[in-house]
Design a protein around this ligand. Structure first.
Ligand SMILES: N[C@@H](CCC(=O)N[C@@H](CS)C(=O)NCC(=O)O)C(=O)O
Length: 286
């Protein structure tokens, strides 16, 4: 019965949505981009309104409901300095999803990471049926799909355009993390084997990324929508890592807006409780 009511609610809401969209669609075909943005917002609002209404009548509407009956607690393989893993830890905390934290050193031979990710990298989210989800941006998307708002905090912005912007910020932030990792490893090689042009190349990416982040942040508390999104989680994770490991790069003096932005975010519980710390490696890597 509840299932039927749920279907009925969704059908009625979809009909309302279609009816209201018709005139907007014809305006859109004349190329009025302002109105087409309006259509996106409208579509999004209906979707979000439909979700809790349908939920009143059914326990089957949410993929999470099915998930919860299948899964118990997820496990996250993480490393204490990892900015990629920190993105996932912050997201899990913001969404209030319980998880077991398995801290490893991904560079040591003892790491379990290769058993769960063919690329041998963490973070890896392991479900209790053994399925593993890896690559930080993919894990974040997976969590947003499986644990969506309004029941859980939504880290994706509400409109598609803003979602694309947030993902663009993530691309830059993750790319900066990659440059940091390359620089850290280069510095561990014997000094006569280190390449100055290589270090400068990676350094340019960091300064370029910092400039892009500074422009996106401006004097705002959050990059998009006046609330924490994927963009801030990604930006603050790389900045936090730079504070820990890239002390030669004095970005806080060059970009005081980023310093202020970061300090404010670091007060949030999900950030304060995941502050990066160094690890020591047992095995020789390079
Ligand atoms: N693009 C990956 C990068 C992950 C990554 O590089 N993780 C590091 C730890 S911070 C790692 O596990 N490295 C081991 C390796 O590259 O073999 C993501 O976003 O998850």
């Amino acid at each position: 019965m509840r299932h039927v009511m749920h279907r009925y609610t969704m059908i009625v809401l979809t009909a309302i949505q279609t009816a209201f969209q018709k005139p907007f669609r014809s305006w859109r075909s004349f190329g009025d981009t302002r109105r087409s943005n309006h259509v996106m917002l409208y579509h999004d609002d209906i979707y979000r309104a439909a979700y809790p209404l349908a939920h009143l009548f059914s326990t089957t509407v949410d993929t999470e409901d099915k998930l919860q009956s299948t899964f118990t607690t997820m496990k996250l393989i993480s490393a204490t300095p990892s900015p990629y893993a920190r993105k996932v830890r912050i997201t899990l905390k913001e969404k209030d999803i319980p998880f077991d934290l398995q801290t490893e050193v991904p560079w040591d031979s003892t790491t379990k990471t290769p058993e769960h990710n063919p690329l041998e990298k963490l973070p890896v989210l392991i479900l209790d049926d053994g399925t593993s989800i890896y690559e930080s941006h993919h894990i974040l998307e997976w969590l947003e799909v499986k644990y969506p708002p309004p029941k859980h905090y939504g880290i994706y912005p509400r409109t598609k355009d803003d979602e694309l912007l947030a993902k663009q910020v993530q691309v830059v932030a993750d790319g900066m993390c990659d440059a940091c990792v390359l620089l850290v490893w280069e510095a561990m090689r014997e000094s006569d084997k280190q390449s100055e042009p290589w270090k400068q190349r990676q350094g340019r990416k960091l300064w370029g990324g910092l400039k892009a982040l500074s422009d996106w942040v401006g004097d705002k508390e959050f990059i998009i929508e006046d609330r924490l999104t994927l963009a801030d989680i990604s930006a603050a994770s790389v900045l936090g890592f730079m504070k820990l490991r890239m002390t030669d790069y004095d970005w806080e003096t060059k970009y005081p807006n980023l310093k202020k932005y970061c300090e404010k975010l670091e007060q949030r519980e999900s950030f304060a409780s995941t502050k990066p710390t160094r690890q020591t490696y047992k095995d020789k890597i390079v």
